[in-house]
Design a protein around this ligand. Structure first.
Ligand SMILES: NCCCC(=O)O
Length: 232
């Protein structure tokens, strides 16, 4: 196969370049693109306002990128005032993900992407994690990453992908509460869900940390391998 095409979900944000300021732009952090490219894939940016099942026909894999909170209405809860949702992404991404699961396309969810996976599988989220764990170590301050120990279930996909790794970065204030139909296969030392997967599918993996920011972004490389091999 030639380089597998990996669709990366994007968001619209005001951007600045040259003399221009606050111009709405479709944005994917370059770290995702770099991680896909370094693993031998070809990155395809997926604008949030133009997502439907048709685009999946040209893709070999789907990377659900991080970002803002999901609308809690998506998992049947009223919004906590500290929830920072951006519903403009939710509808299209859920449509795309549902179609990807129906065709067994390899999927990796990162941070928000993992939370989206859990909600798509019927799960729920903790809307403000410090209320649950009693500390803010998973997002110490705006723009400041934390890090913490992690462990993975023996025999799991996450465990195989992350073999030998016992610490991950962290930047989130929400987390998976109920994984729905997914299996939890990774935990932080305080019990926060760090990885979920669907063992019944070719490759469905969600990670709460940001592998795209690591020197060795193994989950992204695993997605590209699965996409290249038709899911192996
Ligand atoms: N909820 C969106 C992903 C990041 C966070 O939990 O803060």
């Amino acid at each position: 196969m030639s380089r597998p095409l990996i669709g990366i979900t994007a968001y619209v944000e005001p951007a600045g370049w040259a003399v221009w300021r606050d111009v709405p732009a479709t944005l994917v952090p370059q770290a995702y693109v770099r991680a896909v490219t370094a693993a031998g894939g070809r990155a395809v940016v997926l604008p949030p306002d133009d997502l439907d099942a048709d685009v999946l026909g040209v893709l070999d894999g789907l990377l659900l990128a991080g970002g803002a909170d999901l609308d809690p209405g998506r998992y049947g809860q009223p919004a906590d005032p500290r929830t920072e949702s951006r519903p403009d992404r939710d509808a299209g991404e859920l449509t795309l993900l549902t179609a990807a699961l129906a065709t067994d396309l390899p999927v990796l969810g990162v941070c928000r992407g993992m939370q989206l996976l859990a909600v798509a599988y019927g799960g729920t989220l903790h809307q403000h994690l410090p209320d649950v764990v009693g500390h803010d170590g998973h997002r110490p301050a705006p723009g400041v990453y934390g890090a913490h120990p992690v462990r993975f279930a023996a025999g799991s996909r996450a465990g195989a992908v992350m073999a030998g790794v016992d610490r991950v970065n962290s930047y989130h204030h929400q987390a998976v509460a109920d994984p729905g139909g997914l299996t939890v296969t990774g935990w932080a030392d305080d019990g926060v869900v760090e990885a979920v997967e669907d063992p019944a599918r070719r490759f469905v993996l969600g990670v709460q940390w940001h592998p795209e920011n690591d020197a060795d972004p193994r989950p992204v490389a695993a997605l590209v391998r699965a996409a290249a091999a038709g899911g192996a």
